[in-house]
Design a protein around this ligand. Structure first.
Ligand code: FAD
Ligand code: NAD
Length: 485
C-alpha cells in the first residue's frame, strides 16, 4: 500500500467511485477508501448499488412483471393459467445484479489505476498542503497514515431512525431490510409516503401484501407539482396502496409475530397490526469516523459538510459531495458532483447545474420532474403559464395499455422560457430528460412547439403539452370561443 497520493476519496458510492475513476483517467495517483461489507464481502458501489437504486429497481421490475402478467394480459388475448411468484428467486436475481455491478465497479477502479483500500478513512487534518488521512483496515483493524494533496469526502447517508419505531431487523425494518423479505408479508405497514415508501410499498403490494402507508404531512408528495401529486395520489390509491396523510405514528411494538402500530389523526388514536413495518422517513448524512477532532472541516447547522456550489469545503483541496452535502440525496447528483470536484482539482471548470437535477419515483406509472413546479414558479414571482396533456389521448400509450397520466410544462409567460417539466406516465423518468435538455439550452415553449416529434410515441405528449400552453393542442379540445358578431 502506498502512503502518498494525489487524491484520496473516502467512500466508494456513486459519488466517490465516479470521482476516483475520473481522477484515474486524468493520470492522478488515487486511492478510494471504502469500508462497506455486503453479505460478507467487501463491496464498492455504496448505498446505490448495494441497498438502494439498483436492488430496489430490480424488485420493482420483477413485481411489475408479475402484476402485469397476472392482470394485464387477458385484454391482449393472452392467457397464462396460474401465475405464481417465487420470492426467493426474485431476491436471488436482485443479488446477482448487485454482484455484477459492484464487481464491475471494482474492475473499473483497477483498470483506471485506482487503489481500493478496504477499510475506514478518517480525515485527521485537512488544513495543510499534505492532508493526513487515517486508514483503518477492515481485515485486521490496523491503522496507518496516508498523505494526499487532495481529499474528496463521499461518505453518503444512512436511514433516519425514529424512537417510536425502532428497527429490529426482523419485523421492523429500514429500506435495506425491506429489500430482503423472504416472503410477501400479508399486511405491511410503511412509515413515510416518500420515495422509498412508494417504491418499496408498491413492490410488496404488487406481490399481494395489503399495504398501509402512514404520512405525517397533510400533503401527499409535497415536493412534486400539485397537479401531478394529486393524480399520483389517486392512481396509487386505486392500485391499492392505502396512503394515510396527516397521520402520525406514535408507537410501534413487536408483539409475538406481529407489529402493532399506533397512529394518530386529528387527535384520534387507532391501532393496527402488520407482519412487517418499513420505516422510511428520510436519510441523514453519515459522518461517523469520517472526521478527526482536528480535521478543520466546517459543518452546517444541520450537520452536513458545508460546501459551495463547486463542492469545495472551507479547506483548500478538500471537497465533499453527494448525500453528505446540501441538495437532494440522489445518485446522479452525487456522481456529477464527484466528476465536478475532480475536474476542479485538475484545474478545469465544470459546474453542476443544480436547477436541472431530475427526480424520478419508479412507481408504475413513473412520476418524474425537472425544474420548477407551478407553485415554485409562482412563489419565485414568475407570471406562469402551463400546458398539459393527458396520456389517454396518446395513440402509443393506448396501444401499449399505458393510457394513464399526464405531462405538464411550466413556463415564464413573459419570456416563454421553459421552467419545468412534470410527468406521470409510463417512462416518465426518461421523458423528462427532454425537459432537462431543453432547459439546459434555455428553450422556450415555442421551441418545443416547432419541433417534429415522432409518431406514435409517448414523447408526442411533450409536444402536445407545449402546444396546449398556448391553447393549440391538437388531440384535446382547445377551441377558442367565437365572438358573436
Ligand atoms: P453512498 O452511496 O451512501 O456511498 C457512500 C459510501 O461511503 C458507503 O458505501 C459507505 O460505506 C462509505 N463510507 C462511509 N463512511 C466511510 C468512511 N469513514 N470510510 C470509508 N468508507 C466510508 N437515488 C437515485 O438517484 N435514484 C434512485 O432510484 C434511488 N433509489 C434509492 C433506493 C433506496 C432504497 C435508497 C436507500 C436510496 C436510493 N437512492 C436513489 C439514493 C442514492 O442511493 C444515494 O443518493 C446515493 O447512493 C448517494 O451516493 P453517495 O456516493 O453520496 O453515498
Ligand atoms: P423521503 O424524504 O423521500 O420521504 C420521507 C417521508 O416520510 C416524507 O414524506 C416525510 O414527511 C415522512 N415522514 C417523516 N417522518 C415521519 C413520521 N414520523 N411519520 C410519518 N411520516 C413521516 O425519504 P425516504 O423515502 O426515506 O428516502 C430517502 C432518500 O433516498 C430520499 O431523499 C431520496 O432522495 C432518496 N431516494 C431516491 C429514490 C429515487 O430517486 N427514485 C428512491 C429511494 C430513495
Amino acid at each position: 500500500m502506498k502512503d502518498n497520493y494525489d487524491l484520496v476519496v473516502i467512500g466508494g458510492g456513486p459519488g466517490g467511485y465516479e470521482a476516483a475513476i475520473r481522477a484515474g483517467q486524468l493520470g492522478m495517483s488515487v486511492a478510494c477508501i471504502e469500508k462497506r461489507v455486503y453479505k460478507g464481502e467487501p463491496a464498492l458501489g455504496g448505498t446505490c448499488l448495494n441497498v438502494g437504486c439498483i436492488p430496489s429497481k430490480a424488485l420493482l421490475d420483477s413485481s411489475h412483471r408479475y402484476e402485469a402478467t397476472k392482470h394485464d394480459l387477458a385484454e391482449h388475448g393472452i392467457s397464462t393459467g396460474d401465475v405464481a411468484i417465487d420470492v426467493e428467486q426474485m431476491i436471488e436475481r436482485k443479488e446477482n445484479i448487485v454482484k455484477q455491478l459492484t464487481g464491475g465497479v471494482a474492475a473499473l477502479l483497477k483498470g483506471n489505476g485506482v487503489d481500493w483500500l478496504q477499510g475506514w478513512g478518517t480525515l485527521v487534518d485537512g488544513k495543510g498542503a499534505d492532508k493526513q488521512v487515517k486508514f483503518t483496515a477492515l481485515e485486521d483493524e490496523s491503522e496507518s497514515t496516508i498523505t494526499a494533496k487532495n481529499v474528496i469526502l463521499a461518505a453518503g447517508s444512512v436511514p433516519i431512525e425514529i424512537p417510536v419505531a425502532k428497527t429490529d431487523g426482523e419485523r421492523i425494518v429500514d429500506s435495506t431490510g425491506a429489500l430482503d423479505f423472504t416472503e410477501t408479508p400479508k399486511r405491511l405497514g410503511v412509515i413515510g409516503a416518500g420515495v422509498i415508501g412508494l417504491e418499496l410499498g408498491s413492490v410488496w403490494r404488487r406481490l399481494g401484501a395489503e399495504v398501509v402507508v402512514y404520512e405525517a404531512l397533510p400533503n401527499f408528495l409535497a415536493a412534486a407539482d400539485k397537479d401531478i401529486a394529486k393524480e399520483a395520489g389517486k392512481m396509487l390509491k386505486k392500485q391499492g396502496l392505502d396512503i394515510r396523510v396527516d397521520t402520525k405514528v406514535t408507537n410501534a411494538e413487536v408483539k409475538g409475530d406481529e407489529v402493532v402500530v399506533t397512529s394518530e389523526k386529528n387527535g384520534e388514536a387507532s391501532e393496527e397490526s402488520f407482519d412487517k413495518l418499513i420505516v422510511c422517513v428520510g436519510r441523514r448524512a453519515y459522518s461517523e469516523k469520517l472526521l478527526g477532532e482536528d480535521s478543520g472541516i466546517e459543518l452546517t447547522e444541520r450537520g452536513l459538510i458545508d460546501v459551495d456550489d463547486q463542492c469545495k469545503t472551507n479547506l483548500d483541496g478538500v471537497y465533499a459531495i453527494g448525500d453528505l452535502v446540501r441538495g437532494p440525496m440522489l445518485a446522479h447528483k452525487a456522481m456529477e458532483e464527484g466528476m465536478m470536484a475532480v475536474e476542479r482539482i485538475h484545474g478545469d471548470k465544470m459546474q453542476v447545474n443544480y436547477d436541472t437535477i431530475i427526480n424520478v419515483i419508479y412507481t408504475h406509472p413513473e412520476i418524474a420532474w425537472v425544474g420548477m413546479t407551478e407553485q415554485d414558479a409562482e412563489a419565485a414571482g414568475y407570471e406562469v403559464k402551463t400546458g398539459s396533456f393527458n396520456l389517454a389521448a396518446n395513440g402509443r400509450a393506448l396501444a401499449q395499455s399505458e393510457a394513464q397520466g399526464s405531462i405538464k410544462v411550466v413556463a415564464d409567460a413573459k419570456t416563454d422560457r421553459l421552467l419545468g417539466m412534470h410527468a406521470i406516465c409510463a417512462g416518465a423518468g426518461d421523458i423528462v430528460h427532454q425537459g432537462m435538455i431543453a432547459m439546459e439550452f434555455v428553450s422556450s415553449i415555442e421551441d418545443l412547439q416547432l419541433m417534429t416529434f415522432a409518431h406514435p410515441t409517448i414523447s408526442e405528449a411533450v409536444h402536445e403539452a407545449a402546444l396546449s400552453a398556448d391553447g393549440r393542442a391538437i388531440h384535446a379540445i382547445q377551441r377558442k370561443k367565437r365572438k358573436k358578431k
